[in-house]
Ligand binder design. Structure first.
Ligand code: ACO
Length: 407
């Protein structure tokens, strides 16, 4: 463990061994200086700063800067960064027609990953991964344009006109207006919602070598352009075992409510592994005591629901589920605790986002982490193309049947 860990490639070359590690439970794919996690103690730090301090006192854009460039910005650097992002928020008008080609029921995660890949077609003269200025330009473009694409995917799904970004607003306020503002009508940003969303984005901003970030690094290792790499990361995040869990949690709570089966019966089905049903929003590959983000998300849920005066019966079900699970031997023995996704959906729902937008919100939050990791790997001359080994278990050698031919 740690920076002095044995370099497995040297070790296996010397011994002639190949390690098989399903799901990369023990295998490090890289060294990284971005995020530290101690899963036993429930510690998460970005560039050394505890998540609790960042969530309480920083902003999402400052955290993005910290992750990408390694240090907190000075006031001047912060203003320049925010201003640069603001100046890149417009999408090419032709790209807006891209949304017309997709059905209105399209899942916004599919729309987002496709649109991000499509973005690269507008910037083909600036995709050189070895040119730091081009990398910088595309970093800013992605930070600026992904929230706009996300808001347009939302608007498209509800049949409303796209709004142009309002550059008098800050990053999160602008995003809320693009989602909930209606053409030609004034829109007042609720500061409690803006602050809560900003905090949630901070909590999602990086989580070292999770599935989507590893995907971004792997695609990047082929020297594919940064849009292709981020688009692949969005696709990896889509799955219900990863970012898609926030959507799956809400669907699970809704099903428990509609079916009337009751929490105890549902938990019993989970424990019996009936039809592979899991308690979504519970469990984590790394956190085995608690997920520090979940605690902070729970505080935000209380604030937002109180501010909006929302009494969501799904919150009651979630609280009961958490209580039952935390006191049950099945979950205790396997060290399964609420993860970041358990309560986020209830907040997004209270804010007015449809369930299918939840994972998109996660993607906006995770973007700085993806960019930081892509750049860390791209800047490191030791980065090699990622190419795992396999243990072949198929037929040894067979001969194509004599006389068989499609000629
Ligand atoms: N509900 C019920 N049982 C579970 C759950 C769960 N949520 N999570 C794990 N288990 C059980 C498994 O069935 C297994 O039991 P077994 O030993 O009897 O076979 C044991 O706990 C270990 O589980 P694994 O699947 O081996 O753990 P792994 O580290 O591979 O998976 C994961 C982690 C994918 C997060 C898992 O806990 C899960 O599916 N959780 C639900 C989905 C979810 O909330 N994902 C979001 C993760 S956080 C994020 O990506 C932002």
């Amino acid at each position: 463990e740690g920076p002095d860990a044995v370099d497995v490639s040297t070790f296996t070359k010397q011994t002639g061994l190949t390690a098989l590690d399903n799901g990369f439970v023990n295998t490090a794919s890289t060294k990284s200086a971005i995020t530290f996690i101690d899963g036993e103690q429930g510690i998460l730090r970005y560039r050394g700063y505890p998540i609790e301090q960042l969530a309480a006192r920083s902003t999402f854009l400052e955290v993005a800067y910290l992750l990408i460039y390694g240090e907190l910005p000075t006031d001047t650097q912060y203003e320049a960064f925010a201003d640069n992002i603001r100046r890149h928020t417009l999408l090419h008008e032709d790209l807006k027609r891209f949304f017309d080609a997709l059905p209105s029921h399209a899942h916004p995660m599919s729309v987002l990953s496709s649109a991000v890949n499509a973005l690269s077609t507008y910037y083909e003269d600036t995709l050189d991964v070895n040119d730091p200025e081009q990398v910088e330009l595309n970093t800013i473009r992605l930070l600026a344009k992904i929230p706009i694409i996300a808001a347009y995917a939302h608007k498209k799904s509800i049949g409303q006109a796209f709004l142009y970004p309002d550059n008098s607003l800050d990053f999160v306020e602008n995003f809320l207006k693009l989602n909930f503002g209606v053409m030609a009508e004034p829109y007042e940003v609720n500061p409690v919602l803006a602050e809560a969303l900003d905090r949630l984005l901070i909590l999602h901003a990086d989580h070292e070598q999770n599935a989507s970030t590893s995907t971004v690094r792997l695609v990047g290792s082929t020297e594919a352009n940064i849009y292709a790499s981020i688009s692949a990361g969005i696709s990896a995040l889509y799955g219900p075992l990863h970012g898609g869990a926030n959507e799956a949690v809400l669907n699970m709570l809704g099903n428990i409510q509609e079916s009337g089966e009751g929490v105890d019966r549902f938990v019993q089905r989970v424990k019996n592994k009936e039809d592979g049903v899991r308690l979504m929003g519970f469990g984590h590959r790394v956190y085995k005591s608690y997920d520090p983000r979940a605690r902070l998300v729970k505080q935000s849920a209380d604030q937002v629901l109180e501010n909006l005066g929302v009494k969501d019966p799904l919150l009651e079900i979630a609280l009961e589920l958490e209580h039952v699970a935390l006191n049950d031997d099945y979950f205790k023995e396997r060290r399964l605790y609420p993860n970041v996704d358990f309560y986020t959906g209830l907040i997004y729902k209270a804010m007015g986002f449809p369930t299918r937008m939840f994972t998109v919100l996660f993607a906006i939050g995770r973007l700085p982490g993806w960019l930081a990791h892509w750049r860390e790997a791209n800047d490191d001359p030791k980065t090699k193309i990622g190419r795992p080994q396999q243990l072949y278990i198929g037929e040894r050698e067979r001969h194509y049947p004599e006389g068989r031919s499609f000629e």
